[in-house]
Design a binder for this molecule. Structure first.
Ligand SMILES: N[C@@H](CCC(=O)N[C@@H](CS)C(=O)NCC(=O)O)C(=O)O
Length: 202
């Protein structure tokens, strides 16, 4: 089984963290690039999106949620599913909100990578404001018990969203948000998170 990743994709980072959290480092990482027109990967991953999990029979999955669910099911007990009972909908809310933040900042980062003449200041400003509002929301709730345990999907989406700052320095979520900064530092130091940083030179 092979997990196709890039060094900059926050979605790939999330899948790589899940892989290590589950002790599945036997899943081989394939460091690749996206948007390469004649990439052989397109033969089995036509969308060209990363992360992509290729199974030994040649089939595979795109989409971070599906890949994490698959990895999770490979090594029970489940770690990343929404809990049953009273915690279910609060978990789903946190997960959806954190994923929304990641989708927005990923779009913002992508926009800044376009040639300057093709960039949309309107899109960048829209995403900057969205990210600031969501960062305020998470700053308000980050001290709660939901953010203290081992990383679940809401926390992983939130961490990977905030971590987009490494390629988008203008995403300044730290100023005025000490709780979020302290939480990010704690998660960044976890072995699965530190161990999923891309090696130098890839
Ligand atoms: N919905 C996808 C989003 C993944 C995604 O957007 N990946 C980006 C890299 S951050 C990508 O592969 N872009 C390549 C392209 O647009 O061709 C998921 O959850 O995995």
């Amino acid at each position: 089984m092979k997990l196709y990743v890039t060094p900059t994709s926050p979605y790939a980072r999330l899948a790589m963290i899940a892989r290590l959290e589950k002790g599945l480092d036997g899943i081989e990482l394939v460091w690749t690039r996206t948007r390469v027109p004649d990439d052989p990967m397109l033969a089995f991953n036509p969308s060209g999106r990363i992360p992509f999990l290729r199974l030994d029979d040649g089939s595979g999955f795109e989409d971070t949620d599906v890949i994490v669910d698959y990895i999770d099911a490979l090594a029970p007990p489940l770690r990343f599913a929404a809990p049953d009972g009273a915690g279910h909908w609060p978990h789903r809310r946190r997960r959806a909100t954190a994923r929304s933040m990641l989708d927005g900042v990923a779009l913002w980062a992508r926009e800044t990578m376009r040639p300057e003449t093709e960039r949309s200041p309107g899109i960048i400003e829209h995403e900057r404001r969205r990210a600031a509002r969501l960062a305020d929301l998470f700053e308000a709730e980050i001290g709660g018990p939901a953010y203290r345990g081992p990383p679940d999907m809401p926390q992983l989406f939130l961490f990977c969203a905030l971590d987009v700052e490494r390629r988008l320095p203008e995403f300044d979520w730290r100023t005025g948000r000490p709780g979020l900064a302290a939480w990010h530092a704690r998660v960044a130091a976890l072995p699965s998170v530190a161990g999923s940083l891309p090696p130098a030179g890839v």
